[in-house]
Design a protein around this ligand. Structure first.
Ligand SMILES: [Zn+2]
Length: 336
């Protein structure tokens, strides 16, 4: 398998050096799975760190009217039909799942890590909180697919904090169960099974971006990221979140919490996550997970999604995948 990359050179006349010529370069990389390309820029401080005080201040300002806080969650959030959950909502540990008022799919859900936790910084996302929230999503997805087997495309997603697209401050996951895939689900499901195996084998052998894992989930820093600090995980032998067993959910939860902790350590406060399922039983498709950092929450922040990300479908980022992997070290392989 070839990991294709191109170094592209340019030149400017530099105003800081009396308009002397200065060489500039950008690297373009191609993702070995889907073929999408990414632009790696020189470090330019495009993603300033999160000010924790700013995060907590907005948390306090939004607490009073929050529909997900315990005083209002019971009355303000919708219930699931009896065919999905006889109790109307799904609970696992502190997690609470209910349907999304704004549907994005045949079945759409919102699941709180905890009604009690209106402010949940990335370093507070513990393996327990994440695994319980994932388990609620898995139970819900399984019930949805059983209720409507034509809706086989399951994804579990996160917009964590407002810069990542969440409309409500209170941290949560979102689930989607749909008869048709999203564009990325379709592209990933079209990748031949052997290509996933080759990709992981290559990264394992090169050892630069490979982060390891425990028994069931393998993590790595993306070669051609879709966004800043992209981490990818693969669950061989499982095609859909609806097919995840308890042990794998625990391991995924620990991995996501580890990733969130790494992001917090790097200074970031907002991320997106997607766990892309193919229909249950799809032969050879390994469940794929992606996480990327987003801009920090601060007044007049710069969005990290520019014309390149939104309209060219190509990320331009100044965080190096290899430096991300170095920062991660061996934390993904440590037992929980
Ligand atoms: Zn709240």
């Amino acid at each position: 398998m070839e990991f294709r990359r191109w170094i592209i050179d340019g030149e400017i006349l530099d105003p800081e050096r009396g308009f002397e010529p200065r060489a500039l370069r950008v690297e373009v990389r191609e993702d070995p799975l889907t073929g999408h390309t990414a632009r790696l820029l020189s470090a330019a401080g495009l993603l300033p760190p999160q000010d924790p005080d700013e995060l907590r201040a907005l948390g306090e300002r939004t607490r009073a009217g929050c529909p997900f806080c315990p005083e209002r969650a019971e009355a303000a959030t919708p219930k699931l039909p009896a065919e999905i959950a006889p109790e109307g909502r799904i609970r696992r540990g502190e997690a609470l799942l209910f349907p999304n008022l704004l549907p994005y799919a045949r079945f759409s859900s919102v699941s709180l890590y905890s009604p009690e936790r209106h402010v949940l910084a990335l370093d507070e996302l513990t393996p327990r909180l994440v695994a319980d929230n994932l388990a609620a999503q898995v139970a819900w997805a399984r019930a949805c697919v059983e209720a409507d087997p034509s809706a086989g495309w399951v994804s579990i997603n996160a917009n964590h904090m407002l810069p990542s697209g969440s409309s409500i401050f209170h941290p949560h996951l979102q689930g989607a169960v749909n008869p048709v895939p999203t564009t990325m689900q379709r592209l990933l499901a079209q990748v031949p099974a052997g290509r996933f195996r080759d990709y992981l084998a290559h990264e394992r052998a090169e050892g630069v971006r490979y982060l390891g894992g425990r028994a069931r989930v393998e993590w790595l820093a993306s070669f051609a990221p879709l966004g800043p600090c992209e981490l990818r995980a693969f669950v061989p032998g499982v095609a859909s979140p609806a097919s995840l067993d308890e042990e794998t959910v625990e391991e995924l939860g620990a991995g996501v919490a580890t990733a969130a902790g790494l992001y917090a350590e790097l200074g970031y406060g907002s991320f997106n996550l997607a766990l892309y399922g193919a229909p249950p039983g799809t032969d050879g498709y390994p469940l794929n997970l992606r996480m990327i950092c987003r801009s920090s929450l601060t007044p007049f922040y710069r969005s990290d999604a520019t014309c390149l990300e939104r309209l060219h479908w190509e990320a331009a980022i100044d965080t190096s995948p290899e430096e991300l992997a170095r920062a991660a070290g061996d934390r993904f392989t440590k037992p929980g």
